[in-house]
Design a protein. Structure first.
Lengths: 238, 414
């Protein structure tokens, strides 16, 4: 990230840490053309589907039409519940938290293992209606610059509440695929202020690490981040 | 001074959404975009284009909208395509297919200079689909936008049309379930409504009183409404059956079936007659054949109703569902197509498979006014987040950017 400040007299900051550039993103869903009508087909396709598709069905749909606080947090669980009426399977798939896995390949294997376990329990597979098949999707994401830049960590308390759902998705969810250690962009940036002598935002980073984007819709993630940031830096002046 | 163009939407969706559109449009400044369909008036496609095209222009894209024209036989053929793509076994005589191809050839002669030169050509539905093969010197990206539920097409019709559609650079479907195997990327973009259009804008109570008076509807009695073309896929006769079942318990119930005709739908008159026969002389059923520009009247009727129905048996998306939800009405919708994306059981309305199911839900909602109100509030917010024109526009811009960047899963701008 380049330091874009040109104004004379801008506050000094450690040279090593560039400003935080607020990005936004838009996502468009793309059909892969692959569909499953029962649990066995779901397992088979999971073995070879693009990892981006697995990512989409856990995370990408956050930017797609949905109702807040759905019963299950990933599309596989929702489908087994709604189309196959298999409550056991839905619960076991629904409890899978993608943040527990180091890579999408590990997540893929977990999904396959959980489904196979269920297949072993049943004599027959249940079929979904033709128009209720599971459609494997993927997405294209377009990332763009909002031209808003944060220089000082305290500015986060006013900048974060103004972020769009796309910005929250990019900096909190998408960031986990881009950053070392799979952390969000805010924590990554705050870590950049640490020196050999001190780590001034270590406690704030620890608090932010407690925000779990998996169980909350994007506006709630934004509200939770805002609450923590304003608690740490103080509420902005009216 | 009131804001104009895209800025007018800020008061409905917020400034952030408008800023986002400007940022997405920045790399597309001056690009020439041509939309092509087969009717300028009537039906959801024309309504969307009438709004989308000026907004794309306002965002700096050089956008135009062309309409192909044909004789009666052309529309008979394309209506058969429509029925076939939605799953009806239709026989289409060769003579009609030749007329279809000849009409496209004639239109291509007129449009060729403009569309061969465009950066993006977006062809809506099957009617103009052959234009791509008739423009060998095209330089831009061509997208086929399918607004129809083609999840289970009558195969001979799909095989015929697939030949015209396959060479496109991409296609767009409203739902994943509609996508068909094609040798190019298939993007998923649900359609939308315009919150500021005459059909969806806020109205004064006097506007609603006016429709009670104009059509003789009793404002003190419960009212249910279905607004849609007189088309068998919309199951208007099933709605009358549901109404009759419900009136056994709610004898004061009134039903409005309001529809218009589209210039590309030759079957409308026959279905209208079936509906009139089914309604008989019931004074509480109001069958309203409204002109294509009766947007304000439709708006007022939807707002006057307690519940909106869209009991389709096949549906592409169902913009009348979106309209009803936006007016804060729970929708009882057929369990099909895009209605499933909008009607969330017990949240924004109910999905039903039969007239009996619809009747049960009508009784429930009219009996539980508290639930009716609660669902109405949720319904409006659901549309605000997901199905307004600004979201639709954002996805079109994203698609155009995606097309210019090829197969990259991630496109970084700026």
């Amino acid at each position: 990230m380049d330091d874009q400040r040109t104004e004379e007299g801008s506050p000094a900051e450690p040279a090593a840490n560039p400003p935080f550039q607020i990005k936004d993103c838009a996502l468009i869903a793309v059909a892969t053309g692959r569909r499953a009508q029962n649990l066995r087909e779901l397992r088979d396709i999971l073995q070879s589907i693009l990892s981006n598709s697995i990512y989409y069905h856990f995370w990408g749909s956050r930017l797609q039409p949905r109702f807040d606080n759905p019963e299950y947090q990933n599309d596989f669980a929702t489908w087994t519940n709604q189309a196959l009426h298999d409550g056991k399977m839905a619960e076991r798939l629904g409890v899978i938290d993608p943040t527990d896995f180091g890579s999408l390949e590990e997540l893929r294997q977990e999904l396959i293992d959980v489904i196979e376990e269920r297949l072993d329990e049943e004599e027959h597979v249940t079929w979904a209606k033709t128009d209720m098949q599971f459609n494997f999707l993927t997405s294209q994401i377009v990332v763009f610059d909002t031209h808003r830049v944060i220089h000082e960590p305290a500015e986060l308390r006013t900048a974060v509440p103004m972020m769009s759902g796309g910005s929250i998705f990019y900096h909190v969810i998408d960031a986990r695929r881009r950053t070392m250690g799979s952390v969000d962009d805010i924590r990554s940036w705050l870590a950049g202020f640490a020196t050999e002598e001190e780590d001034p935002y270590a406690d704030l980073r620890e608090q932010l690490a407690g925000v779990d984007p998996f169980f909350s819709p994007l506006p709630e993630v934004r509200d939770e981040l805002t609450r923590l940031l304003q608690g740490y830096f103080g509420a902005p002046e009216a | 001074m009131a804001p104009e163009g895209i800025r007018r939407y800020a008061e409905v969706v917020g400034e952030g959404v408008i800023d986002q559109l400007h940022q997405l449009a920045e790399p597309l400044q001056g690009k020439k975009v041509v939309h092509i369909n087969s009717t300028r008036v009537g039906g959801g496609v024309a309504e969307i284009l009438a709004k989308l095209v000026p907004l794309m222009e306002d965002l700096g894209l050089d956008t135009s909208w062309e309409v192909i024209t044909g004789a009666d036989q052309f529309y008979q053929c394309t209506k058969s395509f429509h029925n076939g793509l939605q799953g009806n076994a239709v026989e289409i005589p060769d003579s009609l297919l030749r007329e279809f191809e000849a009409t496209n050839q004639q239109n291509a002669e007129t449009l060729r200079p403009q569309i061969e030169d465009a950066d993006f050509v977006i062809v809506h539905d099957p009617q103009p689909a052959p234009l791509l093969s008739l423009c060998p010197e095209r330089r831009g990206k061509w997208v086929w936008r399918c607004h129809i539920d083609v999840s289970r097409p009558f195969r001979p019709v799909w095989r015929y049309l697939r030949n015209f559609v396959s060479p496109y650079d991409a296609s767009i479907f409203s739902l994943a379930h509609f996508a068909q195997p094609l040798p190019h990327a298939q993007f998923l973009i649900p359609p939308s409504i315009d919150p500021l259009a005459e059909k969806n804008m806020e109205l004064e109570p006097a506007d609603i009183d006016a429709v009670y008076e104009e059509f003789g509807i009793d404002p003190d009695r419960p009212l249910i409404i279905q607004v849609s073309r007189f088309d068998r896929f919309k199951d208007p006769v099933g709605v009358i059956r549901a109404y009759r079942l419900a009136t056994e318990f709610i004898p004061t119930l009134q039903l409005v079936l309001a529809g218009g005709t589209a210039t590309d739908d030759p079957e409308g008159a026959a279905v209208l007659q079936e509906v009139r026969d089914a309604a008989g002389d019931d004074p509480n059923i109001f069958i309203l054949l409204l002109p294509g520009d009766a947007h304000r009247t439709i708006n007022a009727l939807q707002r006057a109703a307690d519940i909106v129905l869209q009991k389709s048996v096949r549906e592409g998306f169902g913009l009348t569902v979106t309209e009803g939800l936006w007016k804060g009405k729970p929708v009882i919708g057929g369990n099909t197509g895009g209605i499933r994306l909008q009607v969330v059981n017990h949240h924004t309305g109910f999905l039903v498979d039969t007239p009996e199911g619809a009747a049960l839900r009508i009784r429930y909602l009219l009996h539980r006014r508290d639930r009716l109100e609660e669902m109405g509030i949720k319904a409006r917010e659901f549309v605000r987040e997901n199905f307004l024109l600004t979201r639709h526009l954002r996805e079109y811009l994203t698609l155009l950017l995606a097309l210019t960047h090829g197969d990259e899963g991630r496109i970084e701008l700026g």
